[in-house]
Design a protein around this ligand. Structure first.
Ligand SMILES: Nc1ccn([C@@H]2O[C@H](COP(=O)(O)OP(=O)(O)OP(=O)(O)O)[C@@H](O)[C@H]2O)c(=O)n1
Ligand SMILES: C[C@](O)(CO)[C@H](O)COP(=O)(O)O
Length: 250
C-alpha cells in the first residue's frame, strides 16, 4: 500500500469531565459550591462554558452532587451553551476522586483525550484549556497547568495536640515548586488505568499518573484559573468578571 492510499488517522476527540459534586465546606454554609452564583450565573455554568469554549472539546460530562443531577440537567438546559458540544450529567461520589471516576465511567467510546476540570475553577481562560489539549496531542500522557508560587512554603510536623505549634522540618526550594491547577489533560487510557490502579485518596488526577511511573508535564497556568475555595475567592471571582465585562464593553 503506498503512503497516499493509507487511511488518515481518525481525528483525536476531547471530552471534559467536570467534578461538581463537592459541598464547599470551606466556602461556608449554603448550596453546594458549584451551584452558587457568580454575577448571577451558577459557578458550574461558568466552568462548563469555559471548557466548551475550546473548539476541541466535543463532550462535557458534569458530575453533579449525588442528589442534584436533575437540578444540574435543568441548569444546563436553561443556559446558552455551544451547539457543537454534547453534555452528560452523572451523580457524583463521596470524594473528588470518586466523582472523577464516576464521570470517566460514563464516557462513551470515541474520545481519546480527557480533561478533568474543577467546577470550582470557573474562570479558566480558553487559551489555558487549549494549551493543555495541545500538549496531550503532542504525546504527553498527562499534562497539568501550573504557576510558580508567590509564598515560601514550609514543611511542618503536624502537631500531636490540636492547637499546639507545628515545628518546621524543611523549606523546599521555591523555584522548583509549582501550584497546580485544572484542567488537567490525559491520554484517556492512561487516566482510566490510573483510576483503576491507585486506591489511596489523592488530591489531583495527575498524581495518580505519577504513581504509574509516567511523566506528567507542566504547561503555564493562569492567575484567573484560581480555585474558589474560601469566601475571599468569591470577591476575586466577581472582580475578574467585572473586569471582563468592562473589557468586553458592556
Ligand atoms: N465529593 C466530591 C468532592 C469534590 N468534588 C469537586 O472537586 C472540585 C475541587 O474540590 P474542592 O474545591 O475541594 O471542592 P469541595 O470539596 O466542594 O470543597 P470543600 O473541601 O471546601 O468542601 C470541585 O469542583 C468539587 O465540586 C466532587 O466532584 N465530588
Ligand atoms: C485538583 C486541584 O484543583 C489541583 O490544584 C486540587 O488538588 C483540588 O484539591 P481540593 O482539596 O479538592 O480543593
Amino acid at each position: 500500500m503506498s503512503d497516499d492510499s493509507r487511511p488518515s488517522p481518525a481525528p483525536t476527540r476531547t471530552a471534559a469531565v467536570i467534578p461538581a459534586a463537592g459541598r464547599g465546606v470551606r466556602l461556608g454554609p449554603g448550596a453546594p459550591k458549584a451551584l452558587r452564583t457568580l454575577s448571577g450565573t451558577p459557578m458550574l455554568i461558568h466552568a462548563v462554558r469555559a471548557l466548551a469554549a475550546s473548539r476541541a472539546v466535543s463532550l462535557v460530562v458534569v458530575v453533579a452532587p449525588p442528589d442534584g443531577a436533575a437540578e444540574v440537567k435543568s441548569l444546563l438546559d436553561a443556559h446558552a451553551l455551544p451547539d457543537r458540544t454534547d453534555f452528560l450529567v452523572v451523580p457524583g461520589g463521596e470524594s473528588r476522586q470518586e466523582s472523577v471516576k464516576l464521570g470517566l465511567d460514563a464516557l462513551p467510546p470515541g474520545h481519546d483525550i480527557v480533561l478533568v476540570h474543577d467546577a470550582a475553577r470557573p474562570l479558566v481562560p480558553v487559551d489555558t484549556v487549549d494549551a493543555v489539549i495541545e500538549a496531550v496531542r503532542d504525546g504527553a500522557p498527562a499534562v497539568v497547568p501550573a504557576l510558580p508560587l508567590a509564598d515560601t512554603v514550609k514543611e511542618v510536623r503536624p502537631a500531636e495536640t490540636a492547637g499546639d505549634p507545628e515545628p518546621v522540618v524543611a523549606t523546599p526550594e521555591r523555584a522548583r515548586l509549582r501550584a497546580v491547577q485544572t484542567p488537567q489533560g490525559f491520554d484517556r487510557a492512561t487516566l482510566v488505568r490510573a483510576h483503576e490502579t491507585v486506591t489511596e485518596n489523592v488530591t489531583d488526577d495527575a498524581s495518580m499518573v505519577e504513581q504509574l511511573g509516567l511523566t506528567v508535564v507542566v504547561v503555564p497556568g493562569h492567575e484567573e484559573a484560581f480555585k474558589v475555595t474560601r469566601p475571599l475567592d468569591l470577591v476575586l471571582a466577581e472582580a475578574v468578571l467585572a473586569r471582563r465585562r468592562l473589557n468586553d464593553g458592556f
